[in-house]
Design a protein around this ligand. Sequence first.
Ligand code: GLA
Length: 762
Amino acid sequence: MRKTRSRITVNERNGGFRIDTAHTTYIMTIKDGLYLGHFYYGGRLPEEDGMSYKEAFAPSMSPVETKREMVIFQDGFQFEYPGWGTGDSREGAIRAKDPLGTTRVNLLYQAYRISSSKALIPGLPSTFSSEGEGEMLEIDLKDPDTGLLVTLRYSPWEECDVIARSVVVRNESKDTFDLEKVLSLVLDMPGKDMSGRPFELMTFQGTWAREFTRDVRGIGYGITGVSSVCGKTGSRCQSFLGLVSPGITQNSGEVYGIQLLYSGNFRSAVEKTPYDDIRVSTGIHPEGFSWKLAPGEVFYAPEAVMTYSDQGLGRMSRNFHDLYRKHLIRGKYRNARRPILINNWEATYFDFDTDKLLAIAGKANECGIEMLVVDDGWFGKRNDDNTSLGDWTVNEEKLPGGLRRLGTELKKMGMKFGLWVEPEMVSPDSDLFRAHPDWAIAIPGREPALSRNQLVLDISREDVRDYLVGVLTKVFEEAGVDYVKWDMNRHLSDLYSAALPAERQGELLHRFVLGVYDLQERILTAFPDLLLENCSSGGSRFDPGMLYYSPQIWTSDDTDAYERIRIQEGAATLYPLSSMGAHVSICPNHVTGRTVPFMTRGHVALAGTFGYELDITAIPEEEHRMIRRQVELFHKYNDLVREGDYYRMDSVRDNGFLDCYGVVSKDRSEMLLTVIFVMNRPCTPNRRIHIRGLDPEKKYRVSLISDSTEKEPANDSAEEPVNDSEPVCIAHGATLGRSGLLISCRYGDFQSLLFHITEVNE
Ligand code: GLA
C-alpha cells in the first residue's frame, strides 16, 4: 500500500485509489486490470476499510471471463470515465472521430502518477495550491486501438472537503482525431441517499434581473439537467448540480455539489438508469463543439470541483466559499477590503459629463465613498446603446480633457477611479467595424442576429486580442484606473470565424472562451493592482471560471433590495459573499418600481462587495447621513463578511415573510447577523431564530447595532466609531442555537436589523 501524506492512497495489489479530505472519501478500483471503476464517494471511511474493495465488484459480470456478455458488463459497471460506443447504454464522457469516421473510444487502465503539487491548466482557470499544499493523482486510460490517451486528474483540497478534477486528452497515434465530446467529470453513483431516499436535483435557473433562482426536482428515468448553448454561462442556469436528499435543509441531509470552472457552453446532467443508479456529468457542451487533435497534440478539458456534505446545504456552501477564497480567487484584492464605489449607471445612464460626474464624486467623497465608477457611455459617440462599441477613445464632448483630467480631479479628492468597458463587442456603427468587418462573428453573406444592436468580436483570433490589449492598456494607463467593470452583453450566434478553416469552425465557441481568459490574464499581468469586476447583463457570467480573473462579479442588474435578498441567497449558496457585487440604488427601483427603506437597502448590500448606484447629488440630506452610517458599518464589519463563515438561519423563500443570515468569524468570536422583515405577517408577534455557527461552549453578547426603523445617528464624522448598543441578551452559543433568539415581529414591510454577536471574555 502506497501513501502520500494522508490524502491519496494507492493499493497496488488490489488496484485501487483512495482520496481523502477532512470529512470525505473517494474510492476507485480497477476491474480485471482493465476497467477503472468508481466505487464510493461520501462521508469519510475508516482508514483500514477503505481499500479492500476488489471483491465488491465480484458479483458483476467479468468481461475477461465471459467475453460473451461484454455489453451487460458495460451497461452496469460504475465507470470512472466512460468511453463511447462500447456497449454501455448510458451517455459517454468522450467521443472522438478517427480517420475511419468511427467514434468509438474504449478506455482501459494504463498507469498512475502522484505529484506533490497540483498542476495548473494552460489557458484555463483552475484551483491552485499555495505554500506546498495540494497534490495530484493522475490516472492514464488508453484506447489501445486508436492511441488516444486520457489522463484523469484528481486534487483533494483537504480542509475545504473538495476534490478538483480535470481531464487531459493526448493523441498518441499517427492520425488526426476530431474530438466531439470531452466531459470534465463523471460520477456513477447510487441514485439514493444513505437513508434510501431517491436523490433530488438542485439547480439554479433565471433570466436577466432574476438570476440564481433555486430549482429542485425529482430525478426521473433518463436524462435531466441544465445547459448553456449561448456561448457564455448565461443567467438561465448555473453549471452547478446538487444531488440532494429530499427535504434538504441548511443543517441536515446529504448533498453532492458539483461545479464546472468554465464560462462558455456547458452541459451538467444526471442520467438515471433502470437499475436506479445515476450517472452525473459536467463539461463543455458537446453541441456545436469539435476540436481537431493532431498527432502529439493535447486537449485540456476545464476543471470541475465536487464536494459532499452530510450536514445539509450550509456545509456545502462553506466548502465552496473556502475553496474559491483560498484556491481560486487571485490578486491583490483576494483577501483585501474593496473600495466602496459609486457607479453612475442608474444615476445618469448615458446622460453625463465631467461636471456631473465630479459633482457625484464630490458628494460621494463627503459621505465616505472611495471610488467613482464611470459606466457605459464615455467613449466614441455613445449616447445610447446603438453605437460605438469597439471605439475605445474618450468622447471629449462629454468629458473635455478626457479620462486623464477626470482621473486627476478624482485623485485630487482622494477618490479612486473605475471604468466600464465591454471589450468583446463591436457596434456595426463603429470605426472598428468599418475598418475590420471580418473581426465580428458572423457568417459571410448572411445577416447576423443583432442583440442590443451589437455583434460579438471574434476574440478567438490572436490579432483581435492583440488589438484589444493595446487599446485597453492605453485607456487604462491614461485614466490611471484602479478598477474596471468588464461587461459582456449578448449571446453568441451566427457562428463563423474568418480565421478558422471549415473543418475547424466547431472550435470557435471554446476558442472564444479561451480568448476571454487570455484577454483578462494579459490585462491583469499588465495591471497587477487592478480590481476587476466581471459583469454580463448583470449576473449572466457569474461562474467560478470568471472568479479566477476577478475577485468580484456583478450579481444582477436588479438592485431592488427585496429581489436581492433572494438573488443573493442563491448566489451565496455557491459563491463567497466577498464575490457578490451589491449596491444601494434609488427607489422606486428602476427594475421593479418597489420602494424599500434606505437603511434596509444598505443592510442587504453590506452582504456583498458594497457600493452605491444612484445620483447622490439628488437625494435628501437624511439619506446622506444614512450613507455615512452605512459606510461606517462597512468599515467595521466588512472583514468579517468577506472572510467569515456564512450561515443561513431563515429564508423568505421558504417562510414568505422573514429572512435571516449571519457571518461568523473563523475563530467563532463574533458574528454579524442580518434579519429582514420582508412582508408583515398578521398575528405573528415574534419569531424564534436558531443561531447556527457559534461555539456552543462560548458565551456571547448580542447587540442590536442598526435598526432600519430608527433614525440613524446624525453622525457627520466617518471616523467616529460605531458603538455597539446595549446588549439584547447574553447567552452561550448552545443556548442561542437551541433556544434561539426571540425577535419581535412588530416591524413593517422591508424593515431590517443588524446584530453584532461577540464573545464575552470573563
Ligand atoms: C449591462 C450591465 C449594467 C450596465 C449596462 C451598461 O446591462 O449589467 O450594469 O453596465 O450594461 O450598458
